[in-house]
Every structure is written in C-alpha cells, then in structure tokens.
Design a protein around this ligand. Structure first.
Ligand code: NAP
Length: 396
C-alpha cells in the first residue's frame, strides 16, 4: 500500500466512527494541517511523510499521526495480549496501558516475569494470565517471549492464532529463520512487526519523558488489507518515536548484525583492546578508563547523538581532529573484513543457531549471568564503578 493510501486508510478507519460527534481534538491533528474546507481532508496528514535520508527518500510515520484519542478509538475492540514480560514485554505493555489500550500479560506462572509483572501492578486473573490464557483472550498476540522461547512455545501459542487475530513480533527472527524455529503462522491471519531500536527499558523511560525510541515496521502476511496500518498503529501505541519500513528479513539481519557489531560486541571489544594497551604501558586504571570509556560516554558520544560526527570532531582540539581523521580509516580497514564475516554469519543462520542452542538451555539465565559477572568483575569495569561513584552528582 502506498504511503498516501495508508494515510487515507488510517484516517478513514477512525473518521467515520467519530464524524457524528465531530470530536475536535481528534480532527485537529489532521484538519489543521490540510487545505481549506473545499479540498479533501484525506489529502495530507502531518505524520506520514517522505524524508530525505542522505539522498535516499524513505516514508516515515510519526506519533503525531495517531494521537492518544485515535489510538483508543482504533483499538477500542481489541485486547493486546503481550506474551512475555522481559525488557520489551514490560516496556511495550506499560506504554500501551498508559496510552489507554486494553492490555493483558501472558507469562509462565510464578516465574521471574510473573513476579515482576505483579510487582508492577498487573493483577493475576484480571490482566495477568498464563501464556495460554492470554493467547486465548487476546485479539493481538504480541509474541515478546525470548527468541528461543518463541520456538519452544510455538506449539502452545499456535492453536490460538485464529482468523481475525493479529500475530505480532518485535523481531524478524522467528519468521525469517523458520527452518530453525518452526514458526509458520496460519495463512489466514495478519502477521506484523514493530521492532524498537533499543532496549525495552529505554522504550519505557523515553516514553515517560515524552520522547520516543525509533522502531521499524514490517508486514509478513496481509490478509485483511490493513496489516500495514495495524503495524503503524501498534508501533505508535507502544511508544515509538518515528517508524520506518523494513521487511522481517531485513530487520533480523540488520538487528543481529548491529548488536553483535558496533552497538554491543564491537564497542566492548574496542574498549577492552584500548584499555589493555594503556594498562600494559603503565597507565593507571583511572587514566585508562577515563581515556577509553568515561570521556566517550559522558562527553563525546552524546555530542555525536546531538549533532553528528563532524560536529563532535569540530568541537575538539585540532590536534584531536587531525589524529581522528588520520586514524579512522585504519580502524575502518581493520574492522571491515570482520563486519563482512559477521554479516555472512547472520545471513547463513550461524548466529541464530547459536542463540537458539544456548538460550533454550534450562539454565540459560544462570549461565548468561556467570558471563556477565565476569565482565562486572574485570578490572576495566571495576575501575568504571569507581569512576562513576566519583561523578559529582553521585558523590552525595
Ligand atoms: N531487548 C531488546 O533490546 C529488544 C529490542 C527489540 C526487539 N527485541 C525482541 O523482543 C522480543 C522479546 O525480547 P526481550 O529482550 O524482551 O525478552 P527476553 O529477555 O529475551 O525474554 C523475555 C521473556 O521470555 C520468557 N521466557 C523465556 N523462556 C521461556 C520459557 N521456556 N517458557 C516461558 N517463558 C519463557 C521470560 O519469562 P521468564 O521470566 O518466566 O523466564 C520472559 O518473560 C524478542 O523477539 C527480541 O528479539 C528485543
């Protein structure tokens, strides 16, 4: 569906139900931005637009296109069943609840997620259920179990994926690698995706601050002709910033690649390598940590986020700029083959096989925690704790 058609559909799906009362706030976001009364109100909405991303045009969707009143209207007959209460299940469900939607949680009884959900106000039997009960009650089945659990529990969830319901994911993982996961949805339901680009914790805190994490949206199956419209509406309901379009396959390829790369794996590898060389050359932990992590996270990286790389460079000394401009190419050349190997390992399914094998072990959480504790116990991050405790705001 083209962006303009989607704009019309999004508007139409709400407009007839509100036309009788001419609900001003609902129309205001659209009507105030369209041409005088004689022209069609369906012509433009502020939220759906084509933007230039460095020379390539992409269609994006924004929160302003679906204000809270519209969301409530759009989902008034729906029950959003969030299966799983990990970082995403938690963030998405709390944001939808705050947006006025009817949300229920499905998790295994008395597990860690169940206890956390209870502690955050979800009530057993009212809006907190077993996975099966929630899947039975929901019209949107939002599969936010861990990726390994999506494979292991598909036989339990699948019987509830019935005509009229919408199956939702936040990762293209289960569907794209269905040769390994076995997740093949029935042909008669819409299957959509909205993948926040960041942790559920950030999704929640940014939403509470009136900000938003960007998310990608995709459609795998469109039975009703409304699958894309639904993905936009849910994407906004869970508290996203702007939404951009992708496919299930591209989402999972870029996501697995990015998190193993610069977002998490590569950045830690680089931190470690730089820190260790400084320490091996007699620099103190305080100096090594400040020159590696603290200056990056507290000073320079926020500047990149705020105004871009060149702006960060131009706000450093010319000595620093000269060095960075000279050395970035060497790091690019050294890292490029590794990134190519990583992308290949994602596409050929190696990364998925490893994630599924490891994360479906009964003690998966415990063994991950052992590895995380090793990081926490390392000199680098123990030094980091001391550095953080010395930040003026933490010294009281
Ligand atoms: N975290 C992110 O940054 C992020 C970002 C975008 C998209 N995603 C995607 O969002 C989805 C959810 O990710 P997440 O990070 O929120 O979740 P997660 O931490 O990977 O898993 C969360 C949930 O899975 C449940 N679970 C695991 N094994 C189970 C089993 N055998 N039986 C029943 N429940 C089981 C856990 O319940 P218990 O507590 O009972 O074990 C928990 O509620 C995934 O598809 C992920 O790829 C994640």
């Amino acid at each position: 569906m083209s962006a303009r058609n989607l704009a019309r559909t999004l508007f139409r799906s709400v407009a007839p139900r509100v036309a009788a009362s001419v609900s001003r706030p609902l129309f205001a976001s659209v009507a105030s931005r369209v041409a005088p009364a004689s022209s069609s109100v369906f012509v433009q909405t502020r939220g759906i637009k084509t933007m230039d991303f460095g020379g390539t045009k992409e269609t994006v969707y924004e929160r302003s296109d679906m204000p809270k009143e519209k969301l409530i209207e759009y989902f008034k007959n729906d029950t959003m069943a969030v299966l799983g209460y990990g970082p995403q299940g938690r963030g998405q469900s709390l944001n939808m609840r705050d947006n006025g939607l009817n949300v229920i949680i499905g998790v295994r009884k008395d597990g860690r997620s169940w206890k956390q959900a209870v502690s955050e106000g979800w009530v057993p039997g009212k809006n907190l259920f077993s996975i099966e009960e929630a899947a039975e009650k929901g019209t949107y089945l939002m599969n936010l179990l861990s990726d390994a659990a999506q494979r292991d529990l598909w036989k339990i969830v699948k019987p509830y994926v019935t005509p009229g319901k919408t199956l939702y994911f936040s990762h293209g993982f289960a569907i794209t690698y269905n040769d390994q996961t076995g997740v093949v949805p029935p042909k008669d339901v819409d299957v959509i995706l909205c993948a926040p680009k960041g942790s559920g914790y950030t999704l929640r805190t940014l939403f509470q601050e009136g900000k938003g994490l960007n998310s990608s949206i995709a459609v795998f199956q469109d039975v009703t002709g409304k699958a894309k419209e639904k993905s936009v509406a849910v994407g906004i309901a869970i508290g996203s910033g702007y939404l951009y379009e992708t496919t299930f396959q591209k989402e999972v390829y870029s996501d697995l690649y990015g998190e193993r790369g610069i977002l998490m794996g590569a950045i830690y590898g680089l931190f470690r390598a730089q820190y260790d060389v400084l320490r091996a050359n007699g620099h103190s932990p305080s100096e090594a940590f400040n020159e590696t992590v603290e200056e990056a996270t507290q000073s320079l990286y926020p500047l990149i986020g705020e105004k871009g790389m060149d702006w960060m460079y131009s706000n450093c000394s010319v000595t620093a700029q000269r060095g960075a401009l000279d050395w970035h190419q060497k790091f690019y050349d050294a890292a490029s083959p590794l990134f190519k190997a990583l992308y290949k390992s994602v596409v050929d399914g190696t990364e998925v096989k490893r994630a599924l094998d490891k994360n479906s072990q009964p003690d998966y959480r415990e063994s991950l925690e052992v590895e995380l504790k090793e990081i926490d116990d390392s000199e680098l991050w123990r030094a980091g704790k001391t550095v953080r405790s010395l930040r003026p705001e933490n010294s009281k």
